[in-house]
Design a protein around this ligand. Structure first.
Ligand code: ADP
Ligand code: MG
Length: 323
């Protein structure tokens, strides 16, 4: 009982991008090597996430859609030691309440696949089928049964931009996984999945950025910082291409953002935003962990150490960056 109270996190499905995030995170948790994301109509009409991960056991498929059922923790103690992205067992339950879901899945050690159709949170059809190992989650007509929420969604382009942002973040943070992103039948993105950070960045931010890439590095016993900035093509009109990953998770940290922007401003006072990608690996005891999983903001126990180090790395190289 206590487990459920402590992990209940309320509303998570706000828009197509929230669905895509939850589905991709499930695919990552399932140890997938390849993840294909497809959307149509900004994700309002159609979302499909296909992976080659562990799949779901035939007798677990129903369970996966029941609220607070998760295969990722088994006791309250596990909550203090979370390595998977999901752990509340809420996403699939919520998603299946607000859209028409079709799932195709085959577990690694199973010879047959299963297809289920879920509507209003209930399984309406279940068949044995042939399919490759892994899982494909297909959603149609998001919020068809919650017209107020459907009406609240933005225009197709705005919603698909939110989806793209999520795909870019998860793809950048997981260079060991190959992502394919298909929007309205057009291939938008394909990452190599070779665990090579630079070729991963190349596939997402393009040649111009990579041709003039600067790598910034810092390492001590508890901390490893890798930064990527570019000598050319490094300004944008918004902050969409500023990425901070802490222990592989995309996070917001305003202090770091400001530190980096201030370095640039000290050289060129320009009202635009530099592109940067920073990976910070840090001993988890040096982060203030907030267990609420939709909170993307993160606090470091020693924020000023991080700020000073990043300021040093960028300032040291700023003349190479700004030419
Ligand atoms: P959580 O991720 O918090 O456990 P979800 O509702 O997102 O909860 O998923 C419920 C369960 O369904 C997961 O714990 C997992 O066992 C299973 N599952 C969901 N998606 C996948 C997937 N793509 N591959 C394998 N198993 C999955
Ligand atoms: Mg999940």
């Amino acid at each position: 009982e206590a487990t459920i109270t402590k992990i209940a996190a309320g509303e998570i499905i706000e828009r197509p991008a929230s669905v895509v995030k939850e589905l991709i995170e499930n695919s990552i948790d399932a140890n997938s090597q390849n993840i294909i994301v497809e959307i149509k109509g900004g994700g309002k009409d159609y979302i499909r996430v296909t992976d080659d991960g562990t799949g779901i056991d035939e007798n677990q498929v129903e369970l996966a859609f029941i609220r607070h059922s998760t295969s990722k923790i088994s006791s309250i103690d596990d909550l203090n030691n979370i390595h998977s992205l999901g752990f509340r067992g809420e996403a699939l339950a919520s998603i299946s309440m607000v859209s028409k879901v079709e799932t195709l899945t085959r577990a690694r050690d199973s010879t047959k696949g299963i297809r289920v159709f879920i509507d209003n949170g209930k399984i309406v059809d279940k068949q044995v089928i042939g399919c490759p190992v892994g899982t494909s989650m297909i959603l149609r007509e998001l919020f068809y049964n919650v017209p107020v929420r459907r009406k609240f969604l933005k225009k197709e382009t705005a919603e698909s931009n939110y989806v793209s942002d999520i795909v870019y973040k998860l793809a950048l943070g997981n260079p060991n996984i190959s992502f394919k992103y298909i929007k309205d039948d057009r291939l938008i993105l394909k990452t190599p999945g070779t665990n090579d950070i630079v070729s991963n960045i190349y596939s997402i931010l393009g040649k111009e950025f990579i041709d003039n890439l600067l790598e910034l590095n810092y390492k001590d016993d508890t901390l490893n910082i890798k930064g990527y900035v570019s000598k050319n093509s490094f300004y944008r009109g918004n902050r969409r291409h500023q990425y901070i990953f802490v222990n592989k998770r995309w996070v917001k940290n305003y202090e770091i953002t400001k530190t980096i922007e201030d370095c640039y401003k000290s050289v060129i006072p320009i009202n635009k935003f530099p592109i940067f990608i920073f990976f910070i690996d840090i001993d988890p005891s040096n982060i203030d962990v907030n267990i609420h999983p939709t909170k993307e903001e993160i606090k470091f126990v020693d924020q000023s150490k991080i700020d000073e180090l990043i300021n040093g790395l960028v300032i040291e190289n700023i003349n190479k960056v700004v030419t």
